[in-house]
Design a protein around this ligand. Structure first.
Ligand code: SAH
Length: 261
């Protein structure tokens, strides 16, 4: 485990989105554990976004990083998406893909996999275009702030999704509980929260850099979600191990919660 907590400024200084994408999201045969991890998360998101009531006008993705996989199932159920992340380079990398610029990451294999889950692999080009059109803005956020998008005030959304962000952004359990309260202000009463979080992980590494991770248990996440004003409707931990040099996670939790209206 890393000796120090890697705070947001470390992400801004040294998180390389292109290496991150290549290491964790390229679905290549040479990185079998990364493929297993990604496909499992895609299946969980597919399952959650198929649940009753998970639809509406607006969706906010908190701590999107440079990735879009977390929006592929979601985009079928919401009209407009706002993506938020702390670092400039991650937001820029995402914009590159949204604008279909040269050098953007190739998400096609991932999009095809999700289309297969949804029953029609041939729809991948259509889905890709749909998602590009639906992401209306990419903004800076800091989950440690009471208003994470300060100085901007976003209208609360029908749903927020956050994958693999809070455990990276929070130093300890009280900070994690605060961050959940902070991001709860981004969702309307009557709306939903979708969370994908690694459990029992203390670090992840790529590009010769180690990032700290808050070591969480399933019940700690569920309690934090409830304390932030949500009712947990679905929560499933699935065992997961990665190569030692990459991460020490024990499981992945996928969770859906409702904020009472
Ligand atoms: N959601 C993506 C990225 C996860 S990596 C995925 O599923 O792969 C963790 C992300 O958390 C990084 O993009 C980093 O910039 C972001 N992050 C770190 N500290 C943050 C903070 N205080 N507020 C918001 N985002 C933060």
């Amino acid at each position: 485990a890393p000796a120090v907590f890697t705070e947001a400024d470390v992400y801004q200084r040294s998180f390389d989105p292109q290496v991150y994408l290549k290491e964790f999201y390229s679905l290549s045969d040479s990185r079998e554990w990364a493929t297993v991890f990604l496909k499992q998360n895609l299946r969980s998101l597919h399952k959650i976004f198929s649940l009753d009531g998970l639809k509406g006008d607006t969706l906010i993705d908190v701590g999107c990083g440079p990735t879009i996989y977390q929006l592929l199932s979601a985009c079928e159920h919401f009209r407009e998406i706002t993506a938020l992340d702390y670092t400039d380079q991650n937001r820029r990398e995402l914009e590159k893909w949204l604008k279909n610029e040269a050098g953007a990451f190739d998400w096609v294999p991932v999009v095809k996999y999700v289309c297969e889950l949804e029953g029609d692999r041939d729809k991948w080009a259509e889905k890709q275009e749909k998602l590009r059109k639906k992401v209306k803005q990419v903004l800076k956020c800091d989950v440690t702030k009471a208003n994470p998008t300060d100085p901007v005030s976003l209208p609360p959304a029908d749903c927020i999704v956050s994958t693999l962000c809070l455990e990276a952004a929070c130093k300890d359990l009280p900070a994690f509980r605060r961050a959940l309260r902070n991001i709860s202000t981004l969702v309307k009463p009557g709306g939903h929260l979708v969370l994908v979080t690694v459990l029992k992980e203390t670090y992840y590494a790529f590009n010769d850099q180690v990032f700290s991770c808050l070591r969480l248990e399933k019940h700690e996440v569920e309690e934090a979600v409830e304390a932030a004003g949500f009712q947990v409707k679905f929560s499933e931990a699935q065992p997961m191990t990665m190569a030692d040099e990459c991460a020490d996670c024990g499981a992945v939790l996928s969770l859906m919660a409702h904020r009472p209206g």
